[in-house]
Design a binder for this molecule. Structure first.
Ligand code: NI
Length: 137
């Protein structure tokens, strides 16, 4: 288990009151957990900005009846094989498919893949979830 260190934080009373109120809505049991999460979020943002190895997911929603679209999405995924580690396809209903693409590697490539998918005609929604390999956070 990682060694824990205590440290003091000084901040405006009103800001702390707002933070505590915010934590109630988020179901945190203490400030330390919330502050740890904020720090990790910031470190992950930096990993995505600075080009370290990242992990995350891209979720796509599309209508599979557009056959050209299905082929196009497949071609794109083959082009980005270096950053894709897994995909899952879920048939949401008669028309709509949900695909989850797990990515790991260079953040620029993962971002480019999400942007490329977003730009494809007939794709209904693309969401990139920027996460981490778990190292250095
Ligand atoms: Ni499907």
């Amino acid at each position: 288990m990682a060694q824990l260190v205590r440290f003091g934080v000084s901040l405006e009373k009103i800001l702390l009151a707002r933070f505590d109120s915010h934590l109630k809505g988020k179901k945190y049991t203490n400030r330390s957990e919330a502050i740890r999460d904020l720090i990790r979020e910031d470190l992950i943002k930096r990993q995505w900005q600075e080009g370290n190895e990242i992990a995350g997911t891209i979720t796509i929603i599309y209508d599979h009846h557009k056959r050209e679209l299905v082929n196009k999405l497949m071609d794109i995924q083959h082009d980005f094989g270096g950053v894709i580690i897994s995909t899952q396809h879920i048939h949401l209903d008669h028309h709509n498919c949900l695909e989850i693409i797990a990515v790991k590697g260079r953040p620029k490539l993962a971002q480019k893949l999400a942007d490329t998918l977003k730009a494809v005609k007939w794709v209904k929604h693309v969401a990139l979830s920027m996460s981490s390999t778990g190292k250095e956070i």
